[in-house]
Design a protein around this ligand. Structure first.
Ligand SMILES: C[S@@+](CC[C@H](N)C(=O)[O-])C[C@H]1O[C@@H](n2cnc3c(N)ncnc32)[C@H](O)[C@@H]1O
Length: 517
């Protein structure tokens, strides 16, 4: 997932404008919250409306409303044609109440959680949550739980559609255990996909009432058992009897010890060939969002935190389970799937390129992006910049000893997919990391893996080549630019940014291309 434009803290691009954008980030949220609260988008779904019609429907001031609609247009949620305003696709798909993927309740839940953020400084001093919800009448409490569960339902429905393809080669049968099931939307997705399954949903009693209502609505009530229980205590279910255990967006509410207890109980409840599916925020995936979500837990829970995938995997190993690496979803969360039997994991449908990209990012690259090889631009002029303008010309892995533009173009025809890796100096360290990435790719089964890095080879300092012959042929690689690739144009096409340097202290970025398959 690409970072949001206003989260661009690329040192080549930013300055005080970045700080201004961070400082006004809440403007974006407030416009969205208000539009969802007023239900602007449902009113506009059937037909476009003029500002006068909208203001009349919303019972708002016409001139103020016009300014508000203008802001919604600038955020890409509305569009205007003449006098009329219309929903854009994203608003129509996700912010109209009658639509299957409606996200408005989760948007408003985010607003509910925003007030305690003002306590962040106090939380830092206290080392944890300071917000104490006002005492509630039982009706208010029921309404709040209902809003929470409906918000979880909005999110989980979308996330489940991202998770299910991982299981698409399997025919799961038998018993599902959904731990901290919330609305039951994740189980519902699996029940609908795998006909020969039944699910036990474990959650707190007040929550399960609402889950029951939603599951009835989906026609799944006969395949579901609701089990009120506290998952921090021993689980009141038979050990070794579940084919699939789901722990979705639950671990982040707890401390290490509590999360370890939950994972240990799950391990005991799995059948020998069963699967444990963990879905959550993880620090390695979308780190900006994960670390802010972690603060959200500091502020809004007693001891919740976002874990690293590494920690979760090490706990699973401690329970005798084999686990996949972190499998990033297309959005801000990721999954880990575990099983007592390693062979079972081979049946999962994991996208090998995104798994590899996650692993390579862990080696220390700033960004790793999967690209189509068509994105790589090889013009005629690029290697002339090496011939005329670089003191390293003639080194063993620089022009004319590196692939010519024509050869590079031919080689690229053998590939369809590559990874673009962004890093920084020192050059030798970057290049060694690129080699590690190439080795990871080879180990992951990409037998054609071949890297082009940045700059003249700096592996051996000083270079040990004699008579123009390199004695480290095993590790030395050509650079992108030395092989005729226009690095600037290629990385721009891939959605990255790269500027020419104008001052000695400008921030330097390096890019490498790792051809995969
Ligand atoms: C963020 S929601 C996630 C719900 C659902 N798994 C999903 O992905 O949409 C966390 C759920 O865990 C439940 N939960 C948290 N702590 C629990 C506990 N100690 N015992 C039982 N349920 C718990 C909450 O009530 C809530 O429904």
């Amino acid at each position: 997932m690409k970072p949001l434009p206003f989260l661009n803290h690329d040192p080549q691009e930013t300055g005080p404008q970045y700080l201004e954008n961070l400082a006004t980030g809440y403007w974006f949220s407030e416009v969205l919250f208000t539009a969802v609260e007023l239900d602007v988008f449902s009113h506009l779904d059937q037909a476009g409306k003029s500002v006068e019609e909208i203001a009349k429907t919303l019972d708002t001031d016409t001139r103020a409303t016009e300014r508000f609609l203008q802001a919604l247009c600038s955020l890409g949620l509305l569009t205007r044609s003449g006098r009329y305003y219309y929903n854009t696709k994203i608003a129509s798909d996700y912010l109209v109440k009658s639509k299957e993927n409606y996200q408005g309740r989760s948007v408003l839940w985010r607003r509910y959680l925003s007030a305690p953020w003002r306590d962040l400084k106090s939380c830092l001093k206290a080392g944890g949550r300071v917000f104490q919800p006002a005492p509630e009448e039982s009706e208010q409490l029921t309404d709040r739980i209902r809003s929470y569960i409906h918000a979880m339902d909005d999110i989980a429905g979308v996330k489940t559609r991202e998770m299910l393809p991982v299981f698409s080669n399997l025919s799961i049968k038998g018993n599902i255990l959904d731990v901290g099931a919330g609305s039951g939307a994740v189980s519902a997705g699996f029940l609908e996909r795998f006909n020969e399954t039944k699910a036990t949903l474990v959650d707190l009693p007040g929550v399960l009432e609402h889950a029951a209502e939603l599951l009835r609505h989906r026609g799944l009530e006969d395949r579901v058992t609701l089990l009120p229980a506290n998952i921090l205590e021993p689980w009141p279910v038979h050990k070794g009897t579940f084919d699939l255990i789901i722990i979705s967006n639950v671990l982040h509410a707890y401390s290490e010890n509590e999360a370890a207890h939950i994972l240990a109980e799950a391990g005991k409840c799995l059948k020998p060939g069963g699967f444990l599916l963990i879905h959550d925020f993880f620090m390695e995936h979308c780190p900006e969002k994960a670390s802010l979500f972690d603060l959200n837990m500091l502020i809004n829970t007693y001891n919740g935190k976002v874990f690293t995938g590494k920690w979760v995997r090490s706990r699973l190993a401690g329970e005798g389970l084999f686990a996949t690496g972190l499998v990033p979803l297309g959005s801000d969360t990721a999954i880990i799937v575990a099983s007592p039997e390693q062979e079972q994991l081979a049946g999962l449908c994991l996208n090998p390129v995104s798994l590899l990209a996650a692993k390579i990012k862990d080696l220390g690259f700033g960004k790793v992006c999967s690209i189509s090889v068509d994105t790589v631009h090889v013009p005629e002029w690029a290697d002339l910049r090496c011939r005329f303008g670089c003191g390293e010309y003639g080194k063993p892995h620089c022009p004319p000893n590196s692939p010519s533009p024509a050869r590079t173009r031919e080689v690229l025809k053998d590939y369809a997919r590559a990874l673009l890796l962004e890093g920084e100096p020192p050059t030798g360290e970057f290049q060694r990391n690129v080699l590690r990435a190439e080795r990871e790719a080879f180990k992951a089964g990409f037998h054609k893996a071949l890297a082009f890095w940045a700059g003249p080879c700096s592996l051996c300092e000083p270079c040990r080549a004699t008579g123009g012959i390199c004695h480290n042929q095993r590790d030395a690689r050509p650079s992108m630019e030395g092989s005729g690739i226009d690095v600037f144009e290629t990385v721009r096409r891939a959605g990255f940014s790269l500027r020419t340097l104008s001052r000695r202290d400008d921030y330097v970025k390096y890019f490498a291309l790792l051809l995969l398959e």
